[in-house]
Design a protein around this ligand. Structure first.
Ligand code: HXC
Length: 519
């Protein structure tokens, strides 16, 4: 072969590799509303930035006639590229080759880019579309998965790891995403389960559709496995680009500061009258978030799951922040198991990656009842407390309205190392709400009334007394638990100024191997 022929051979091999499992399989993939691995990478990365590794890798199995079935890449496209000019490592499983199932060689390709991403300090994005362990490879495939899992674990808290799940992912194909920081599912084409409907029926007798077992509806609202659910894959890939704009490349870097033309001292008069007169009337806390963030932008995480708490990313004065806010318009913003888990995980990610946390508090307490107690609200609520208390990033808290009982302590209170704690004049900070408190404090006196009107008047008077004493921010401010009571319309400015003052914060904890968060 002369040198020209050699170049021609290379070009042909590349073309072959780019066809994956072949034109028919690509057509099948498209007919199911799914993109191919390469199409996904092209949307994800800056144009022309993708540098592919290991295109010529094939599997090494002879069993089950596999020796005659070899495809270049072996079913996963790997390499690096840039997003907004910043380096990222990426792998995209190719369903057109053996259903994207994972062989030993396939796993080694993923491990290679993960190892390099760790050395370089750059995020890893995995696009998953796979039937799990390649059955023909047996234990070598399982070992391959475990190699990836271990790398996911070691990389956790060092580099951001983002998983898109597009397609029917089963077995090991869901456990690796579960170890990463964010999971994105597409409404039309994503499924995640440890075991699919067929195996479920065989083992347990339960008959259930793919959708109901592991569709995006399930994981975006019930299980909380998916952090983002998008209408279609392209939207999910663009969302990853957006998400990365809030994140540093690794845990040793600060999150990316950007120019901000939105005036930091923008006053929002509407905020002065946003809290309803009636303390039991709901309002949407996102209305407040949109008024205080740069350009009214907010990337909500877990939007459909545990909607009684809102978490997500925004910029304030050009600085990325993580926002945690109780949501009075859903279950009155109460803290329950799901809300505690959701917010705790979010806070820990922010803390690991140097993203300051802004907390907006309007919480009536923890949700009472056997359902919550049997489900372990004690341990799950403790997770949230732990996450806040452990976090050493700058923490700015604004109490908007209610802040009662244990939930008050949990929600970034001063004593959990809240750095700057503001309250609006509408804040009510107390052990519990007036009606609960009076029932306990005056229970005997109330029981003695025979006339219902007199009883009601007595309760109203006592509740009023209680409200005047505790249902305001000044009692807490008197003790320095609240640093300042602020005018709502100045909230954006006060938070940004607080964050800027905290930019150089250092608050190292005691040396330990690792903490034992209540799991
Ligand atoms: C080898 C596989 C495969 C697998 C799919 N294929 N999964 N090959 N190993 N795990 C192949 C099929 O044989 C088929 O090949 C092609 O991929 C497309 O698969 P279809 O079944 O035709 O596609 P579809 O109808 O869309 O169904 C997709 C699917 C289904 C839901 C993913 O294939 C499926 O249920 N696969 C098995 C899922 C599973 O139970 N995995 C768990 C493995 S155990 P041809 O040549 O016909 O095109 C595991 C343990 C890891 O992962 C441990 C971690 C803790």
């Amino acid at each position: 072969m002369d040198s020209q022929e050699k170049v021609k051979q290379l070009i042909e091999l590349r073309e072959k590799a780019r066809l994956g499992g072949g034109l028919q399989k690509i057509e099948d993939q498209h007919s199911k509303g799914r993109l191919t691995a390469r199409e996904r990478i092209n949307i994800l990365l800056d144009e022309g930035s993708f540098e592919e590794f290991d295109m010529f890798v094939t599997h090494r199995t002879e069993d089950f006639g596999m020796g005659k079935k070899k495809f270049l890449t072996d079913g996963v496209v790997t390499g690096h590229g840039t997003i907004d000019g910043r380096v990222v490592y990426v792998f995209a499983q190719d369903f057109t080759i053996f259903g994207g199932s994972l062989s030993e060689a396939f796993s080694q390709k993923i491990c290679k880019i993960m190892d390099q991403a760790m050395k370089v300090g750059a995020p890893v994005i995995g696009i998953n579309d796979s039937g799990g362990a390649r059955i023909q490879e047996g234990v070598r495939s399982l070992a391959g998965y475990a190699e990836i899992f271990e790398r996911n674990i070691l990389a956790s808290g060092v580099i951001p790891q983002i998983s898109a799940v597009f397609g029917p992912c089963a077995g090991g194909a869901v456990y690796s995403p579960a170890l990463t920081d964010f999971i994105i599912m597409s409404e039309k084409s994503s499924y995640m389960f440890v075991t699919g409907p067929k195996v479920t029926k065989t083992v347990t007798g339960e008959e259930i559709s793919t959708e109901n077992l592991g569709g995006s509806g399930v994981h975006g609202t019930k299980s909380g496995v998916a952090h983002f659910v998008v209408d279609e894959e392209e939207q999910g890939l663009l969302l990853i680009r957006k998400l990365l704009s809030y994140l540093p490349q690794n845990n040793m870097e600060e999150p990316p500061l950007t120019e901000c033309d939105d005036p930091i001292d923008r006053k929002e008069d509407d905020l002065n009258k946003l809290i309803p007169e009636n303390p039991n009337q709901p309002y949407d806390v996102k209305d407040i978030i949109f008024k205080i963030t740069d350009y009214s932008e907010f990337l909500e995480v877990h939007a459909g799951y545990a909607r009684n708490i809102v978490v997500g990313y925004a910029k304030m004065g050009g600085m990325p922040v993580g926002i945690v806010a109780n949501q009075p318009s859903f279950l009155a913003g109460v803290l329950d198991i799901d809300a505690s888990r959701k917010a705790a995980r979010f806070i820990r990610f922010c803390d690991a990656f140097n993203i300051p946390i802004v907390t907006l508090v309007d919480v009536p307490g923890f949700l009472p009842g056997s359902g919550q107690e049997y489900g372990g609200i004690i341990i799950h609520g403790a997770k949230l407390m732990f996450a806040y208390g452990e976090a050493t990033v700058p923490k700015v808290t604004v109490t908007l309205r209610k802040s009662y009982g244990g939930a008050h302590c949990v929600m970034s209170s001063k004593q959990l190392r809240g750095d700057i704690n503001y309250a609006w004049p509408s804040a009510e900070i107390a052990v519990m709400g007036p009606s609960g408190a009076i029932e306990i404090l005056e229970g005997k006196a109330i029981a003695e009334f025979t006339d219902p009107d007199e009883k009601a008047a007595f309760i109203a008077e006592k509740e009023n007394e209680y409200r005047n004493k505790f249902a305001n921010p000044y009692e807490a401010a008197k003790f320095g638990f609240i640093d300042d009571v602020i005018e709502p319309r100045n909230t954006r400015f006060r938070i940004i100024r607080a964050l800027r003052s905290l930019a150089t914060k250092k608050d190292p904890g005691p040396m330990k191997k690792h903490a034992n968060i209540p799991l």
